[in-house]
Design a protein. Structure first.
Length: 154
């Protein structure tokens, strides 16, 4: 993991992020969605790059009061199943300058790899959002994690 760097996402990263997004999701965000996310108050977006500056992952979330909502996490095919996502996820949460008490996310029931990742880092199922995904009318599984004392601890 020493040969990779975590840094804030910039507008220069968006084309690479969108390319990963298209390969990772059934209903991907487009360029404008990521541009808007970078401009959004309370939004945090990070990228993970190799020493050669190849973008291999990204993570987008929003902090609203003391709740963190995970919006997007994706890793390129080449770097999946190598422990990078959990390492990246943990490092990004540690990089947030503000305290938060709770984090949550929605995930497709069919996305077993993501569910396993979230469980590995301590998230648990809280419920579901019926017909959340408009492209398939699939429900979303809601997962969450409570944080001790308003700071991130595994």
């Amino acid at each position: 993991m020493s040969q990779i760097q975590i840094m804030p996402m910039t507008a220069n990263d968006i084309n690479d992020v969108v390319a990963i997004e298209r390969g990772a999701f059934k209903n991907p965000w487009g360029t404008l969605a990521f541009i808007n996310e970078l401009a959004c108050n309370g939004a945090y977006s990070f990228v993970l790059k190799t020493r050669q500056q190849q973008l291999i992952a990204y993570f987008c979330f929003r902090l609203i009061l003391h709740e963190l909502h995970v919006l997007k996490v994706a890793v390129t095919d080449e770097y999946r199943n190598k422990g990078i996502a959990s390492h990246f996820f943990n490092r990004c949460l540690n990089a947030i300058p503000e305290a938060f008490d709770f984090a949550f996310l929605e995930v497709r029931p069919s996305n077993i790899a993501a569910i396993r990742l979230y469980e590995k880092i301590g998230f648990s199922v809280m419920g579901k959002r019926p017909r959340y995904y408009s492209d398939t009318d699939e429900d979303a599984i809601m997962m969450g994690k409570i944080f001790k004392g308003g700071s991130y601890e595994r």
